[in-house]
Design a protein around this ligand. Sequence first.
Ligand code: GLV
Ligand code: GLV
Length: 308
Amino acid sequence: LYQVHYRELFDLWDSDDVPVPRKELLQKVKGVDALVCVLTEKIDAELLDAAGPNLKVLSTMSVGFDHLSLEELKKRGIRVGYTPDVLTDSVAELTVALLLTTSRRLIEATHEAKTGGWGTWRTLWLCGYELANSTVGILGLGRIGVAIAERLKPFKVKKFIYTDVAPRPELASLIDAEYVSMDELASQSDFLTVCCALTPETKDICNKDLFSKMKNTSIFINTSRGGVVDQEDLYEALSSGQIAGAGLDVTVPEPLPTSHPLFTLNNCVILPHIASASYSTRNAMSALAANNLLLGLKGQPMIKELKL
Ligand code: GLV
Ligand code: GLV
């Protein structure tokens, strides 16, 4: 890896608090040879036109690429780097934390303890659902789904099942997971965790059709992209007791407005898209993004390049 001196090499947007305003980005991008972006930036025809023909390399500091118009990038012959793998551990850890927080009702529990709701030890108070002897379903089996399952296994999960566009025997064998239909995934999972990319095919696939087939004791977890979930249907499923709880690290939009109905539900835990937010992983992601970009500019293979 190159040791990258960002401040010398890059024209930086240097604010932690706000994404670069679109107008400013459209101006600043004019004439650049290469661009590093994060997932708050839409890289579409408008932006690529504003950049102009010098732009040869795009490097996103993310594993997800639903913010990129791949067709427009391909049309212009722009190479694209991204940052898979380096964030897998961090995302898997956070997913397990969110799952347990949701299933064991930790946010409600700390709230009760702090605000006087803790009257006495009570038999069924704040009861939740445990992983031991459970069936865990993975919607979209990739590197991250495998890493989540590896971490859940020591909790004595009974069975892992998954669905995807096609079976993935090599990945599945690592965790002894059985390939099932979407309907079976919904009806059998005690914990259903979404690990697929957001594409036109996966948009809103977690909708009332899926929730209505889930058990009313089941927990739904999403650390992929908010767009795979129909949030109105999820609200309905949670508020009616169709499912037991949901833990979301991703929403539509982001940030989710504080007035959003999902925030009124005790059985919904919402995090502000922090799955990869460990110091070591964010450092690795930024180093990888910078190195992808520099290699691309030199006409060499990137470390992690998207096939367009
Ligand atoms: C985070 O959501 C990423 O895509 O890296
Ligand atoms: C719980 O603390 C118990 O003693 O069962």
